[in-house]
Design a binder for this molecule. Structure first.
Ligand SMILES: Nc1ncnc2c1ncn2[C@@H]1O[C@H](COP(=O)(O)OP(=O)(O)O)[C@@H](O)[C@H]1O
Ligand SMILES: [Mg+2]
Length: 245
């Protein structure tokens, strides 16, 4: 159940954004991808999920050995891929529970009745400090930044994906929400799950210790290491790191 990205080149329109990105994430591992604004982190997340705005011009992405370059987003989700968005979209008129029931029943072999699904959602919501009435609200409509992010983690907890890509799950969170969200992610660490944390700041990594840290610059991973790499970055910033050719 590894996620392997080889020499990935991606364009939006005529502009190349990712320029030869390599990454291997094995089951049970948590990898952090850090990088300055505009380095291509969200593009990577979107391309993994199959966003139609981005075109793979070279290279490949495999899940458990299966190439997914051309698969539709739904097929990728069925293979266990999940993306927590940097900017979650609002779906007016669709409640969190309705959305999760539709997602769950389309992804899983075992289908859940509304009552069972609701019980499952409530159980997963509790440790995230999400109240029972909140899960009846329309998805992301008028949610605060923290509520949106906690809701992304709730989705992940309910759907139990094999591969979770979390894009800036920490952005805009106050310290209490950060702890809650980090606790939710830590609870989902598992030998059968692959987690990629995309983050601009190092602070999330004080709560979720990644196994590996990668630094992305201008569409490439230019440095890989352990948690120490993120620690150093806090002192030096991104300025001292150079892009490859
Ligand atoms: N759909 C798109 N069309 C054109 N340019 C894009 C598109 N998406 C991203 N970009 C550009 O690609 C670069 C990387 O963006 P992004 O992946 O959002 O970076 P990050 O998440 O690291 O801040 C930026 O220069 C951005 O303007
Ligand atoms: Mg981004």
């Amino acid at each position: 159940m590894s996620l392997v990205i080889e020499n990935l080149h991606v364009s939006a329109g005529e502009s190349p954004i990712l320029r030869g990105l390599d990454l291997t994430v094995k089951p049970g591992e948590v990898h952090a991808i850090m990088g300055p604004n505009g380095s291509g982190k969200s593009t990577l997340a979107h391309v993994l999920m199959g966003h139609p705005s981005y075109r793979i011009t070279k290279g490949k992405i495999t899940l458990d050995g299966k190439t997914i370059n051309r698969l539709a987003p739904e097929r990728r989700a069925k293979l266990g891929l999940f993306l927590g968005f940097q900017y979650p979209i609002e779906i007016p008129g669709v409640s969190i529970t309705a959305f999760l029931r539709a997602s769950y029943n389309s992804l899983k072999k075992e289908k859940l009745t509304p009552i069972k699904l609701r019980r499952l959602v409530e159980e997963k919501a509790r440790p995230l400090h999400i109240k029972a009435d909140f899960i009846e609200r329309p998805l992301n409509e008028n949610f605060s930044g923290g509520e949106k992010k906690r809701n992304e983690i709730l989705q992940m907890a309910v759907l139990e994906p094999a591969y979770a890509i979390l894009d800036e799950t920490d952005s805009g969170l106050d310290i209490d929400s950060l702890r809650t969200v980090a606790g939710g992610i830590n609870a989902l660490r598992s030998p059968r799950r692959t987690i990629v944390l995309i983050t601009h700041y190092q602070r999330l990594l004080n709560f979720i210790k990644p196994d590996f840290v990668h630094i992305m610059l201008a569409g490439q991973i230019v440095r890989s290491g352990t948690f120490a790499l993120a620690k150093n970055l806090e002192k030096t910033g991104y300025a001292g790191i150079k892009a490859k050719k």
